[in-house]
Design a protein around this ligand. Structure first.
Ligand SMILES: NC(=O)c1ccc[n+]([C@@H]2O[C@H](COP(=O)([O-])OP(=O)(O)OC[C@H]3O[C@@H](n4cnc5c(N)ncnc54)[C@H](OP(=O)(O)O)[C@@H]3O)[C@@H](O)[C@H]2O)c1
Length: 341
């Protein structure tokens, strides 16, 4: 029997309950993994409030990503063996003591790195890497704006942009301004009444790229801050958590906005300033990029901030903390000691 943390319906963290279930396998092409660490994501807060666009049906086991050790391999699995430590992004199901996944979805974790640090890089690290190196390639001499620059994704993104040689302006709450400064980021409080003016002052000729996780209203402002040829990459709708209406609404608004910003509105400028959407997807490129960011972690080049670690059995505490906000870095669930892991 395997313990899984299950979300039973909309509401608060109290909707999370521990269940024991039989998990068959591994079948052909699958591996069984004992979970050492899994991530707590903003997506789970959105799912609890019915604000996630690809809302799974209740009950389900949340858990976007994990790091763990293979305990058994099924038939026709090559190159993996019991004892290997691997990372994966199943998108749901990782808040469990053990999982069974296709072997094709796992990526080896380098020796010597902590599983909690590694899991902070699975979804968030690949997202940050792909934003900075694929969606809007950042380079020396550029000035870029990272919203939520002390968040799980934003913190890594700010590091990667600085390493690429860019000047990084980052937004965060007042409590996190000093942390940003210490990381070499130009801090701006997102609650400033004159936010747009302040952001403009730091890049009078406009930003080469703006990375925006807040949703359509913010993207409209971000676009107005671009330099000619610049790009806004929108990768979330965090600011719509308390909005009314269905969870798809911000995305439909965003698609309408994209049509206007990129094709119909201001035709003379549209060839020069663009808005694009980003979504992290599993697949070959994801595995390649996960291998890259885990390599950077092992080399000490990319350092995730882990806000706090909680035993899997206390996952509700972790959700509560994330729901309250003001978190600096990633919240991680780790295996319960008493379960012998
Ligand atoms: N598209 C994708 O593939 C993808 C992948 C991963 C994550 N995401 C999305 O990206 C978003 C961020 O995820 P995360 O894990 O990094 O979340 P997180 O760790 O909770 O970080 C969110 C950050 O946003 C900041 N923030 C809150 N309100 C803000 C505002 N009005 N203006 C600017 N910043 C604000 C917070 O700063 P303070 O703590 O200082 O208040 C915090 O640093 C979520 O919406 C998530 O769903 C998308």
């Amino acid at each position: 029997m395997v313990r899984q943390m299950e979300l039973s319906g909309f509401g608060g963290p109290e909707r999370l309950v521990a269940r024991e279930r039989e998990v068959p396998g591994p079948g052909t092409g699958e591996v069984r993994i004992r979970v050492e660490a899994s991530g707590v994501a903003f997506a789970e807060v959105q799912m609890l409030r019915g604000r996630y666009p690809m809302q799974p049906r209740f009950p389900f086991v949340p858990g976007y990503d994990l790091v763990g050790r293979i305990t058994a391999v099924g038939p026709e699995v090559a190159g993996l063996a019991p004892g290997d430590r691997v990372a994966a992004m199943p998108r749901t199901g990782a808040w469990a003591d053990e999982v069974v996944l296709p072997a094709s979805e796992v990526v080896p974790v380098p020796a010597g790195v902590d599983s909690g640090d590694a899991v902070a890089l699975v979804t968030n690290g690949v997202t940050a890497w792909q934003l900075a190196h694929r969606s809007a390639p950042v380079g020396p001499g550029q000035t870029v704006l990272v919203h939520g620059a002390t968040g799980g994704v934003g913190g890594l993104l700010a590091q990667l942009c600085r390493q690429a040689g860019a000047t990084v302006v980052g937004t965060a709450s007042e409590a996190n301004q000093e942390a940003l400064r210490a990381e070499g980021v130009v801090p701006v409080d997102y609650r400033s009444p004159d936010l747009t003016e302040r952001l403009r002052r730091h890049a009078p000729h406009g930003y080469h790229a703006v990375f925006d996780h807040l949703g359509p209203r913010s993207v409209a402002r971000s676009r107005a801050l671009l330099a000619p040829g610049g790009r806004v990459v929108s990768y979330g709708s965090a600011a719509t958590l308390r909005d009314e209406g269905g969870p798809l609404r911000p995305y439909l608004r965003m698609l309408g906005g994209l049509l206007w910003w990129n094709t119909l509105g201001e035709p003379r400028l549209t060839r020069r300033r663009r808005v694009s959407l980003y979504y992290v997807r599993p697949g070959r490129r994801f595995r390649e990029d996960l291998g890259t960011v885990l390599g950077l972690l092992a080399a000490g080049t990319l350092t995730p901030v882990v806000h706090s670690r909680h035993p899997m059995s206390r996952a509700a505490d972790a959700l509560r903390i994330l729901s309250r906000g003001g978190v600096h870095g990633k919240i991680v669930l780790v295996a319960d000691q008493e379960r012998g892991t």
